[in-house]
Design a protein around this ligand. Structure first.
Ligand code: BJ8
Length: 419
C-alpha cells in the first residue's frame, strides 16, 4: 500500500502508527482468506480491495470530493443511504473492527465499553483510518448508550449529525421516524448544496435496492446443500459493501452470484459433505473482525448464514419502489430492522426462525461483543426461541483481541461435534 503514502500524509494521518497497522493486515488476510482451498474466482475482487483497504477506496473518495461530492461516514444500518445518494452524496461505513484501535479508545472511554465503539473512537483519535479523515460529515444515531455518547467525542472537530432512532416500533414511532428522515434529508440538501427531488430519491432507492438484491443473491446461494462459498468470504463481501460504490458493489456481487450458481449446478462445494451448518447471530462484525467465522470454519463447521447487521439482516429488506409516499416507505423499511436496541424486538426472532429453515441450519452460535448490554440481555429470548425450535444454540461473548481464540476454538469445536 506504499503508493498511497502521500495521500495519507495529505489526510493528516499518523504515518508511523499507520505503518504498524499496515504490517498486521496482510498476515491476517493471508491466514483467514488465502489459506482456504477452492475459493470462487470472483473473490479476487474482494481480496484486492481488502489488501489495499486504506488505499483504493479512499483514493476514489478523494477524487469524488474534488468534483464537489460530499462523503458521509455512518455507523449504523438505520441511517438511510438513499437520502444521501439522492443528494449526490457518498456513504462510507466507519465502524471500527480492529483490536489495533482499541487502546486508543480505552484512553478516553471506560474500559468496559464495547470494542466496536472503542475501536471507532481509537481509529478517529489516533488518525490511523483514512475513512475517518475523509468523511465530510459523520452521521450518528441514538441507538445504544455507548455509541450515543461516543458521538459527542467523535463530533468534536467534524460536522456530526445525529438521527433520533425511536426506541419502539409503534405507529407513532414510524411517523416520528419519517419526520426524522425528512429532517435528515433537509440537512443533507443543505450540506451538499443539492436538492433532493422525487426523481432522484426514486433513483437512489432503486440503486440501493439493486445492491441489496445482489448481496442477497450471493447469500441465497448458501441455502444449497452444496456450499459454493465459505462464510468467511461471504462476510468479507458484506463488510466491504459498507464502503464500496453501490452500483459497482451490485455488479461484482451479481458476477459472484453467477459463478456460485454455476458451482451449485456443478456440485462444487468448499466443504466436505456433512459439514455442520452454522448460523451466526448477535452483534455486528466490522471489518477486519473475522475472528468467529474463522474459528468456526477451522473447527469443522461452515457458517451458512450470518444474521447480524453485517450479514443478511439489513440486506434482505427492500424499500417499496411503488410506494406513493416515499418517505413513509423508507421509514417503514428501516424500522423493520430487528436490532436489540429497540424494544420489543420481535422482528429478530421471526427472522431467525425463517433463516434457520431456509438455510438448513444445524446449530446457532450467538456472538456478542463484550459490554453490549442490549444484545447480551436478548440472549435470554433467543435461547428460549431455539429451545422451542429444538435447534442447538450456544452464546459467546468476546472482543477483538486474539487472547481467547484457543478457548473459543475448544468450545466451538465441542459444540459442532455434538451437532
Ligand atoms: S441496527 S446492531 S448497526 S445499532 S455499538 S449495539 S455492539 S454496544 S452496533 Fe448496531 Fe445499528 Fe443495531 Fe445494527 Fe452493542 Fe456495541 Fe452498541 Fe453495537
Amino acid at each position: 500500500m506504499s503508493d498511497y503514502v502521500s495521500m495519507w500524509k495529505d489526510l493528516g494521518m499518523d504515518l508511523e502508527r499507520h505503518d504498524l497497522l499496515c504490517q498486521v493486515l496482510p498476515t491476517a488476510v493471508g491466514d483467514v482468506f488465502l489459506t482456504q482451498e477452492n475459493r470462487p474466482k470472483g473473490m479476487d475482487f474482494w481480496d484486492l480491495v481488502i489488501s489495499e483497504v486504506h488505499g483504493i477506496r479512499p483514493k476514489e473518495l478523494i477524487e469524488e470530493q474534488k468534483k464537489g461530492r460530499k462523503v458521509f461516514g455512518t455507523f449504523c444500518v438505520y441511517v438511510p443511504d438513499e437520502v444521501i445518494l439522492a443528494a449526490n452524496g457518498i456513504v462510507t461505513g466507519l465502524c471500527g473492527g480492529s483490536q489495533f484501535w482499541v487502546p486508543g479508545g480505552e484512553a478516553v472511554l471506560p474500559k468496559s465499553t464495547c470494542p466496536l465503539i472503542k475501536a471507532s473512537v481509537g481509529a478517529r483519535l489516533g488518525r490511523t483510518c483514512p475513512f475517518f479523515r475523509i468523511a465530510d460529515m459523520y452521521v450518528g444515531e441514538t441507538t445504544c448508550d455507548g455509541k450515543k455518547k461516543a458521538y459527542e467525542i467523535l463530533g468534536e472537530d467534524v460536522p456530526m449529525y445525529i438521527m433520533d432512532v425511536p426506541q419502539m416500533k409503534r405507529e407513532k414511532d414510524i411517523l416520528k421516524w419519517k419526520d426524522e428522515i425528512a429532517a435528515f434529508a433537509r440537512k443533507v440538501e443543505e450540506f451538499t448544496g443539492n436538492a433532493i427531488t422525487v426523481e432522484k430519491l426514486n433513483e437512489a432507492i432503486r440503486i440501493v435496492n439493486e445492491k441489496r438484491k445482489a448481496l442477497a443473491r450471493v447469500y441465497n446461494c448458501r441455502k444449497a446443500a452444496c456450499l459454493p462459498i465459505s462464510g468467511r468470504d461471504a462476510l468479507l463481501m458484506m463488510q466491504i459493501s459498507f464502503f464500496d460504490d453501490p452500483v459497482r458493489c451490485a455488479q461484482m456481487c451479481n458476477k459472484l452470484a453467477d459463478e456460485l450458481e454455476q458451482r451449485i449446478a456443478g456440485g462444487v462445494s468448499v466443504v466436505p459433505a456433512g459439514t455442520k451448518r452454522i448460523l451466526v447471530t448477535g452483534t455486528p462484525l466490522a471489518v477486519p473482525n473475522w475472528k468467529l467465522h474463522n474459528i468456526i470454519e477451522t473447527s469443522g463447521g461452515a457458517v451458512v448464514c450470518f444474521e447480524n447487521c453485517s450479514g443478511i439482516k439489513a440486506a434482505c429488506q427492500m424499500v417499496d419502489e411503488q410506494a406513493e409516499d416515499i418517505l413513509s416507505a423508507i421509514a417503514a423499511r428501516y424500522l423493520e430492522i430487528g436490532c436489540a436496541v429497540l424494544s420489543p424486538n420481535r422482528r429478530r426472532r421471526e427472522h431467525l426462525k425463517r433463516l434457520i429453515e431456509e438455510f438448513h441450519v444445524d446449530g446457532v452460535v450467538e456472538v456478542d461483543l463484550q459490554s453490549c448490554t442490549t444484545y447480551g440481555v436478548e440472549t435470554y429470548e433467543i435461547q428460549a426461541l431455539l429451545r422451542e425450535l429444538g435447534v442447538p444454540y450456544m452464546a459467546l461473548e468476546t472482543d477483538y483481541a486474539q487472547g481467547d481464540c484457543g478457548q473459543l476454538s475448544t468450545r466451538l469445536g465441542a459444540f459442532i461435534e455434538r451437532l
